[in-house]
Ligand binder design. Structure first.
Ligand code: CMC
Length: 430
């Protein structure tokens, strides 16, 4: 990492600031000493110009539509790799050898069951509870069940906590689904691969044999790869911030799940499908396009736009292909939602408003249609995102814990409230 300086003139003071360059991507101006030198903070709501950490995990070039995990293009990983291999890559920085892969798969598989007491925990929820609410609670509760892997100063405990979360997320997600539909939980079957196991835990019932469809399993595995990490997005930054206080990893990942739930983030796949259902038929699209463009209307085209991607979202392209593969496999020739989606995309991509603001379909635009076709209800979509993103959160959390310069995250503010004033008793208040 090379280093130069830049000069900032503030209030007739001249301050030298270090400029740090990464391997690729924009350089950063190091302002960590700015307050000490000038008595001023920087102001950047939404962190649109602020890098909060150094990272070796994921790189995005939003203008070029590039996404790399540890340097490998997402297209290549999605085409040739599998999800657990991607997990290994994100966690350890290199693709595994055959022996390392076998060992990693075995270690994850050994942890797929959850403590039997967890089953009781579920009974406390209403059957109509949103599965994301259940996930926030259950993943946070893992710290109560697995207290022997909450000491973050012990690398061995950190590793076991990581394995436990990657392995148990599918089990918990499937349990949340089964609970919502009143079916018995299905235990993991560890001779299946990670994603097939998950499909079985979701869709098998004890009274019938269940055969995993390999095309659907491969498609879902690819969807997991696409969602595995996305550098310093809102939920990942939440995990890092929570972890910076020394909180245990289960609590940190629960915080990430809570953040992901929002409709501007992971909740967008659920919101996008609901929007397509609301539009219903292609002839109603112009009405919704007009709503999205109306400044006085809060409606937005869900699954469109991205803070970083201003050209296209490379994940959306792979997702669109996967959608067609899944619909073909299931023999769904005419899906009215797909018709609306394809038409909406065509119209929006030509519309001046969307072109000018560089609003393109993001990954969530097509993922909902695919997951629905596979049999998942909309309320499970963000849960699947959380399942896949868990490895990214853990990799980023581990990187932070291992960084010797790591300190508690503590943003500053521009105070715009009342200046100091004296307390007035109730009797004296007018
Ligand atoms: N429909 C209509 N207008 C939009 C949309 C949209 N989906 N997205 C952005 N705009 C407009 C927005 O009104 C603003 O216009 P103006 O400059 O006139 O005020 C301009 O485009 C810039 O928008 P912004 O909200 O300042 O951009 P942002 O970077 O803060 O927000 C976003 C990014 C993803 C939150 C936003 O595009 C959005 O709300 N999209 C819909 C929700 C969605 O699909 N989210 C999934 C993101 S990808 C998965 C993930 O990472 O979780």
């Amino acid at each position: 990492m090379s280093s130069t300086t830049s000069t900032l003139n503030v209030d007739s003071k001249s301050v030298e600031l270090a400029v740090k360059a990464g391997t690729i991507g924009p350089s950063v101006v190091d302002i960590s000493k700015l307050y000490g030198q000038t008595g001023m903070f920087t102001y950047d709501p939404g962190f649109t110009s602020t890098a909060a950490c150094e990272s070796k995990i994921t790189y995005i070039d939003g203008d070029e539509g590039i996404l790399l995990y540890r340097g490998y293009p997402i297209e290549q990983l999605a085409e040739h790799g599998d999800f657990l291999e991607t997990c290994y890559l994100l966690l350890y920085g290199e693709l595994p050898t055959a022996a390392q892969k076998a060992d990693f798969d075995y270690r994850v598989t050994r942890h797929t069951m959850v403590h039997d007491q967890m089953n009781r925990f579920f009974q406390g929820f209403r059957r109509d509870a949103h599965p994301m609410a259940i996930m926030v609670a259950c993943v946070g509760a893992l710290s109560a069940f697995y207290h022997d892997s909450t000491d973050i100063s012990d690398p061995q405990q950190r590793m076991i906590a990581s394995m436990r979360m990657i392995a148990k997320m599918p089990t918990l997600a499937a349990m949340a689904y089964k609970y919502s539909i009143g079916q018995p939980f299905v235990y993991p079957q560890n001779d299946l691969d990670y994603t097939s196991n998950f499909l079985r835990m979701c869709f098998a019932v004890p009274c019938e044999e269940y055969k995993v469809n390999p095309v659907l399993s491969r498609a879902l595995d690819r969807i997991f790869i696409l969602h595995a990490d996305h550098e310093q997005n809102a939920s990942t930054s939440t995990v890092r911030l929570a972890g910076s206080s020394g909180a245990n990893p289960f609590a940190c990942i629960a915080a990430g799940i809570a953040c992901l739930w929002g409709p501007a983030h992971g909740g967008a796949n659920e919101a996008a499908l609901k929007m397509l259902e609301e539009i219903g038929t292609p002839d109603r699209i112009p009405h919704y396009i007009a709503k999205a463009k109306d400044k006085n209307d809060p409606f937005r085209l869900m699954g469109f736009g991205h803070r970083v991607y201003k050209n296209y979202d490379p994940r959306a392209r792979i997702m669109q292909k996967t959608t067609h593969e899944v619909l073909n496999e299931l023999g769904i020739k005419d899906d009215p939602l797909l018709d609306v989606a394809v038409e909406l995309e065509q119209i929006a991509l030509k519309d001046e408003y969307f072109v000018e603001k560089k609003l393109y379909p993001n990954i969530d635009f097509y993922s909902g249609i695919t997951l629905k076709a596979m049999g998942f209800p909309t309320s499970m979509f963000t849960v699947l995102f959380a399942l896949a993103r868990t490895v990214g959160w853990i990799a980023q959390w581990s990187e932070m814990i291992e960084d010797p310069s790591q300190r508690i995250g503590r943003p500053r503010q521009l105070y715009i409230g009342s200046p100091k004033r004296d307390y007035v008793t109730v009797a004296q208040r007018g």
